[in-house]
Design a protein around this ligand. Structure first.
Ligand code: GLU
Length: 479
């Protein structure tokens, strides 16, 4: 049997980290077995629909390289892949389910609940309603429906005892049938609730494995009752624990925690984010940590999914992002860094700048703070020239810069190596330590104690004209 998984997001406007991780596990289960990965948009809760959200889903998946084999944009033989376009299908199956005894028509319009999932609290708790309508004989209820009376279709839970099912991550699970409510499956507007649509679609789309958050575990027996009533086989269930912010709190966009887009905007590379979230709840069984999507596909096995809650550790992600940045080629890094240079109006050597930044930063937006002195020389305090380790003070700095200025004016080969040799020579000629020349130059060029690259790298990046200008300004400041 061909493995088929689906990612079934609701278009709510952003890509939650937990959602992306679910998508990744769905993708890996399919692709590690040569199967199909399907994208389905679950938009039956029209109140939560956000314009443009589907686009964010497409873009995010593409950006991390998780291409789907079937989906709303590319079609496929199980379409349509947008739930709001499948209304007629749900209606047909809802009526069939009533006929089969797995549901009933309910005419108490005032009691209609909206049972749609809420992205971070998907299965809203309901009182276990045993509605009076469940006792209306089928023939009579059907007549009322045919006459045009407004109705909803409500699930019927007649079983007693324990429902059992197996989950790949959580093992065997038992839930008392008494705990299940008879919730709405088809609303009066003809749209299904999540609790109905997911079953119909997963069955019709021949989905073999369903990965979703563990908050769906308690509803799974309800889904199984629907599968059973139709005589269908349920998929293999893979429930995953929530991604946590700390031991008590779920990671939640609503509480200001970062979404995938937020992290990208903060200078994290999509590949690094994907690598990091793969390890939030899965491990390869050894101590490897860096994986491309392709490598993950090769070594993924759902047996290694973990049921202990995964805490999202930004420090670890930042470290991993640094590894990804360092692994880029110089050209790749330069391309990614360039948009961060827009505010640097000084004509500097940008590729030299990229070369000093790449080994130094862990997120791309550190480029902004690392390079702020390039767009405008900061107003710095003269006390910066006092440095015990470098054996400098304002007097020494003044002397150093006075020695450096005329020599640099005459340098024609403006390279880091040549500048470094030149400044070292000045130190030697004047019986000064290298630091007593280099450190004041660094301060004069940047107004900062720590900079990307040393004094001569800065001079090389800034170019001759700007370097001389900044040294003259420093001398002026030093009086
Ligand atoms: N639309 C649901 C969500 O976004 C999907 C859950 C599932 O994968 O079945 O949470």
């Amino acid at each position: 049997m061909k493995i088929r998984t689906r990612f079934a997001p609701s278009p709510t406007g952003y890509m939650h980290i937990g959602n992306l991780r679910t998508a990744l596990y769905e993708y890996l289960i399919a692709k590690s077995a040569g199967g199909d990965f399907v994208l389905r948009i679950e938009d039956t809760d029209q109140k939560r629909y956000v314009e443009g959200a589907t686009d964010i889903i497409y873009k995010t998946l593409k950006r991390v390289g998780m291409n789907w084999d079937e989906g709303p944009d590319i079609g496929g033989k199980y379409g349509p892949y947008v739930q709001s376009e499948r209304k007629a299908i749900y209606a047909e199956y809802a009526h069939k389910l009533v006929e089969l005894g797995g549901a009933y028509y309910c005419f108490c319009a005032h009691k209609e609940e909206t049972e749609d999932e809420d992205d971070e609290n998907p299965v809203v708790a309901h009182a276990k309603i045993k509605d009076v309508c469940r006792n209306i004989p089928y023939a009579e209820a059907k007549k009322r429906v045919e006459k045009g009376e407004p109705f909803v279709v409500r699930q019927k839970v007649d079983k007693k005892g324990k429902s059992m099912f197996h989950d790949v991550v959580y093992g065997d699970i038992e839930i008392d049938y008494d705990e299940l409510d008879e919730g709405v499956l088809l609303k009066s507007d003809g749209l299904p609730t999540y609790n109905f649509a997911n079953v119909i679609d997963d069955h019709l789309m021949e989905i073999t494995h369903v990965v979703r958050g563990n908050e769906y575990i308690s509803s799974t027996p309800k889904y199984n009752l629907i599968y059973e009533a139709f005589g269908w086989t349920p998929p293999i269930y893979v429930h995953v624990p929530a991604v946590m912010k700390d031991a008590q709190h779920k990671l939640s966009k609503r509480n200001g925690d970062a979404s995938f887009q937020d992290l990208v905007a903060k200078g994290y590379l999509p590949e690094a984010i994907l690598n990091y979230i793969a390890l939030l709840g899965w491990n390869p069984g050894d101590d490897r940590e860096i994986f491309s999507l392709q490598e993950l596909t090769k070594c993924f096995s759902s047996n290694r999914l973990n049921k202990s809650p995964a805490i999202f550790d930004i420090t670890k992600l930042t470290w991993m992002n640094g590894c990804y940045i360092r692994n880029l080629s110089a050209d790749e890094f330069h391309k990614l860094a360039e948009p961060y240079y827009v505010n640097i109006k000084t004509a500097i050597n940008f590729s030299a700048l990229s070369a000093v930044l790449q080994p130094r930063i862990e997120t791309l937006n550190q480029i902004i703070s690392e390079t702020d002195f390039l767009s405008a020389m900061p107003d710095y305090s003269l006390s910066l020239y006092e440095n015990k380790k470098m054996k400098t003070d304002t007097e020494i700095a003044k002397k150093a810069l006075q020695l450096v200025l005329p020599v640099l004016c005459d340098v024609s080969e403006w390279t880091n190596e040549n500048l470094f040799e030149t400044l070292k020579q000045i130190a030697a000629d004047n019986e000064m330590k290298n630091g007593q020349i280099l450190y004041p130059v660094r301060i004069a060029l940047s107004g900062k104690e720590t900079t990307p690259g040393g004094a001569t790298e800065l001079a090389y990046i800034l170019g001759k004209e700007e370097t001389l200008k900044r040294i003259k300004d420093a001398l002026h400041k030093l009086g």
